[in-house]
Design a protein around this ligand. Structure first.
Ligand SMILES: [Zn+2]
Length: 150
């Protein structure tokens, strides 16, 4: 059985979203969605990685657009993980030696690191631009949308 989820996390991982705003965003998403869909609060004490599952294709450098190898990326993931969460330190990319956090790399499809956000279970299809803007207004930060498929 395949699994579809949508995670909404801050575009800037250092922007924490207040719990009351996260609750309101969940209520809004639950109203939008069909009955089998559940919106849940994501709340972690440390930076946590949310991947896009089978939607993952490749990684680009945000400075020059070159592909970043999954091998290089995997080594930085190991380096950045401190045993409980990610530090989001900056690393020089192999292509143009610019310093970026793992969150700032360009992922196709998008994925990223978060402490707070919301996640929608059984989510089929894309989130409307208008609905996304409404959710961004509720949580008061710009969001990164992660479409997860397993
Ligand atoms: Zn580069």
């Amino acid at each position: 059985m395949s699994l579809h989820k949508i995670a909404l996390i801050p575009e800037n991982p250092h922007d924490a979203i207040e719990l009351t705003r996260l609750s309101l965003a969940c209520e809004y998403l639950t109203e939008l969605a069909p009955s089998n869909t559940v919106a849940e609060i994501l709340s972690e004490s440390v930076f946590t990685f949310r991947d896009c599952g089978q939607n993952f294709e490749r990684i680009h450098c945000p400075s020059c657009g070159e592909d970043v190898s999954v091998e290089w990326w995997g080594n930085r993931i190991d380096e950045d993980y401190d045993g409980s969460g990610f530090r989001l330190d900056r690393y020089e990319t192999p292509c143009c030696k610019r310093a970026h956090t793992l969150h700032n790399l360009v992922y196709v499809w998008p994925q990223g690191f978060f402490k707070t956000g919301v996640e929608i279970e059984n989510a089929i299809g894309k989130l409307d631009k208008e609905h996304l803007q409404n959710i961004e207004a509720i949580v008061a930060v710009k969001l990164r949308v992660i479409y997860i498929h397993y």
